[in-house]
Ligand binder design. Structure first.
Ligand code: FAD
Length: 410
């Protein structure tokens, strides 16, 4: 007997699950709330779709249960992603270990998935604009019933691939958490991840638009967390890849405290020890030339930043530097190396690339099947797994979608 498999959510994980379940001989129906499949894929990687990474491992992910995550990544890793897409006709290239379609168009990734699903029309039915609102287990008949506003369907197995609630415009609005809750599953608290951070300081408006290579750090319990990369300064706070990387950890800390102290080093290539003293010595000849504070600090950092640091030290750019005590100049140098900002929150789920938290891995089996309700499977962002920037979130969607589809379709 062919198994009937219902898939709730036609995103990256859902489409992969549909293809692997059909490969197992199952009769698959994908329910997608949007009027098209895979809408979110189109916005990934700035339209280029960073679909994986050569450097894969549980260390690239956050989850409450890294040891459980490992077993899925071992079964479906980067090489599997590359061959999965090669079989669909997509040529994947890598740039510094980051995987992209050779066309550098996210639409190519979506196209090959869509076309593969279309080719399986006899085995995979796609129900667009069909949002599943409720599901229920008929234990006597071993069936799972799904309700949308349009119809009632029942299946041998159901895979939940509804995503989280990041970028809800693309369709993932948190409904998956509710559906899982109806089945008795718990939820690791969900916060926005890979998102911009808001800071308390008013002066951010004056440096909005500046981009600078920097190292940012903060204290997480006993550990100092550090990230480096291009920092983007906005009128409300900080953005850019290093900020995205720390955002989920900061958001969890902010659940129990009002703000988090973050340090920024705008000259991370220079040794920290004795930096200010060394700069004072090195730049002393300029003082004899009768320069202003602005001239004295010119050429060190972006002008907008430098002018801010001058103001924060209580100086004016037009002050003659010879009238300024060395401690004041030191203060400016210290801002360059050790600027303190206080993060008070992040942008909302609307701006987040992913959600941290979700259905705990402890509640699913090695086959991604619910331990509470056999016949229900989970995959993708809905689970308590979120990756760093670099293709890890899509890798998780392909990996978990593929494995859940294979198991559910058997
Ligand atoms: C701007 C942006 C850029 C990104 N860039 C990258 C990148 O370059 N690399 C990377 O690895 N990751 C990236 N990500 C993250 C990545 O896109 C997601 O982690 C991944 O798409 C999650 O896949 P998913 O299938 O689990 O969920 P989704 O892609 O969110 O798909 C879930 C689907 O389920 C549907 N759905 C939800 N509820 C229901 C319901 N009740 N009934 C029917 N349908 C429902 C939704 O409409 C949606 O289509 C990015 C995300 C964003 C927002």
């Amino acid at each position: 007997m062919r198994k009937s498999v219902g898939i709730i959510g036609g995103g990256a994980a859902g489409m992969t699950a549909a293809l692997s379940a059909a490969k197992q001989g199952a009769k698959v129906t994908v329910f997608e709330g949007n009027d098209r499949l895979g809408k979110k894929i189109l916005s990934t990687g700035n339209g280029k779709c960073n679909l994986g990474n050569m450097d894969l491992g549980p260390g690239k992910y956050y989850t409450r249960n890294p040891e459980l995550l490992q077993r899925y990544l071992e079964k479906f890793g980067t090489e599997n992603t590359i061959s999965f897409f090669r079989e669909l006709g997509l040529i994947v290239k890598q740039k510094n270990g980051y995987l992209y379609p050779v066309s550098e168009q996210a639409s190519s990734v979506l196209d090959v998935l869509r076309f593969a699903i279309d080719r399986q029309a006899g085995n995979i039915q796609v129900m667009l604009q069909t949002r599943i609102e409720r599901l229920e287990c008929d234990k006597r008949n071993n069936r799972i019933r799904l309700w949308s506003d349009k119809q009632i369907e029942s299946f041998d197995r159901v895979i939940l691939t509804c995503g989280g609630k990041a970028a809800p415009k693309t369709g993932s609005d948190g409904m998956g958490y509710k559906l899982a809750g109806m089945l008795g599953h718990s939820l690791v608290p969900v916060v926005p991840a890979l998102v911009q951070l808001k800071c308390r300081e008013e002066w951010f408006k004056s440096i909005s638009g500046v981009r600078a290579e920097a190292e940012i750090s903060f204290q997480e319990e006993k550990q100092r967390v550090t990230e480096r990369g291009e920092l983007q300064l906005t009128e409300y706070g900080i953005s850019g890849i290093p900020v995205f990387q720390i955002s989920r950890r900061i958001n969890y800390i902010l659940r129990s405290q009002k703000e988090v102290e973050v340090k920024i080093d705008f000259l991370p290539d220079f040794p920290q020890d004795g930096f200010s003293e060394k700069m004072i010595l090195e730049r002393t000849p300029l003082i004899a030339k009768g320069v202003t504070v602005e001239e004295y600090f010119a050429g060190l950092l972006n002008k907008k930043l430098m002018n801010l640091f001058i103001r924060l030290a209580g100086l004016k750019p037009s002050d003659p530097v010879c009238t300024i005590p060395a401690e004041r100049l030191m203060k400016v140098y210290e801002s360059c190396r050790n600027l303190t900002v206080y993060v008070t929150g992040s942008n909302s789920f609307d701006s987040a690339q992913v959600c941290a938290g979700g259905i705990p891995l402890t509640e699913i089996t090695e086959n991604l099947e619910s331990k509470l309700i056999p016949g229900i499977f989970f995959a993708g962002e809905l689970l308590d797994v979120d990756g760093r920037c670099g293709g890890y979130n899509l890798q998780w969607a392909w990996c978990s979608g593929y494995l859940a589809g294979m198991a559910a379709g058997k």
